[in-house]
Design a protein around this ligand. Structure first.
Ligand code: WQD
Length: 331
């Protein structure tokens, strides 16, 4: 089976490419490197010892995308490509709507033309907004509080309507919780170019001395220690979840990809310090606008229907995240 991976040089995309190749899928990667680096392609090849085609294109470019489908018999698509920074999306909504929606519509039109009707879509737990109870189930109400999350919700709606119009489509929506960590080789991982929005890459930059301290956004939430609780899932577990979804493509399906466990900011910071034997200085500051107190997944549906269960621990996530940056730090 040949799988087109859009955004395949990105954080989650690259780890999924490794698992696809390890499971003997043929892959074709498309990426415009707007939020990734071309050298990731060679790192995927080095980790797996396998070769594959990759194209540097913007999937909004219909002519170029069409040519890729004409040149390669694509059986299924895993669609990661898209802008994903919540804060940036608030400042630049039109850029997010244009890019994330336009690219997806272009992809779906070209897939349809070539009768490629198998799709796994990279959605996000952000579509649940602020849940009324926990753990979060897939049939919970959906709402969003920022343009990034709204693009994910809009694309889920587009895909549901597409499926209703043509039941030959097999579409699985994967709602990620908080992916962190890196491949154990240290060759691929998450190392944003600019100031990280997310917690783990920020902790890593404090641990390596790039930043003086971490600002913990509030310790007055109704949680175990007052700091925000999230469901952190190792990016390699998340990648394996995509293989499971691919293997079980059948009609329209929706799954949470998480661990089902909540971890607070302070718990993550302390675990990171302990596992890597490195201090992480922090200060408590005000809450971040839009943050919710706690969020973690009900993971039963993915386990029962596609046999997915995350296995890596918070300790694994902390060790692998740090190892990646240490291995790639320019001293
Ligand atoms: C986690 C916790 C913060 C940074 C976001 C997106 C979501 C998804 C994952 C794409 C919270 C606290 C953070 C910092 C802190 N992305 N924090 N200091 O907000 O749960 O989810 O990333 O799909 O769509 O919304 O992740 O890592 O930003 O925050 O105290 O410098 O860490 O308050 O409790 P979040 P996060």
């Amino acid at each position: 089976m040949k799988v087109l991976v859009t955004g395949g040089a990105g954080f989650i995309g690259s780890h999924t490419c490794v698992e696809l190749l390890n499971n003997n899928y043929d892959i074709v990667v498309v990426d415009n490197y707007s939020n990734s680096k071309p050298e990731v392609i060679d790192k995927i090849k080095k980790i797996t010892g396998k070769d594959f085609k990759n194209y540097e294109i913007d999937i909004c470019d219909k002519e170029k995308l069409d040519k890729i489908f004409a040149e390669n018999k694509i059986d299924a698509v895993i669609h990661f490509a898209g802008y994903k920074a919540v804060g940036e999306s608030v400042k630049k909504p039109l850029m997010y709507y244009r890019n994330n929606i336009d690219s997806t519509l272009t992809l779906l039109e070209v897939m349809n033309k070539y009768n490629c009707k198998n799709l796994v879509f990279s959605s996000s737990a952000t579509v649940y907004g602020s849940p009324n109870s926990l753990p979060i189930k897939e049939d919970f109400p959906l709402s969003t509080t920022n343009p990034y999350g709204t693009t994910k919700l809009m694309i889920e709606g587009i895909l549901k309507d597409l499926y209703i119009s043509d039941k030959d489509f097999n579409i699985t929506l994967l709602r990620y919780f908080n992916p962190i960590g890196a491949h154990e080789s240290g060759l691929i991982g998450e190392n944003p170019n600019d100031i990280p929005n997310n917690l783990m890459p920020y902790i890593v930059k404090v641990a390596t001395g790039e930043y003086d301290h971490l600002n913990i956004f509030g310790n007055d939430y109704d949680t175990i220690d007052g700091t925000g609780v999230r469901d952190y899932i190792h990016v390699v577990d998340l990648a394996i979840g995509h293989i499971k979804a691919l293997e079980h493509l059948n009609g329209l399906r929706i799954y949470n990809l998480g661990t089902g466990k909540g971890t607070s900011v302070l718990e993550l910071v302390n675990t990171f310090s302990k596992v890597n034997n490195v201090p992480v200085k922090y200060e408590i500051t005000d809450r971040r606008a839009g943050d919710i107190a706690a969020c973690y997944a009900d993971v039963k549906k993915a386990f029962n229907e596609i046999g997915f269960k995350a296995t890596k621990t918070i300790e694994d996530m902390c060790r692998d995240a740090y190892n990646f940056v240490i291995q790639n730090k320019k001293y």
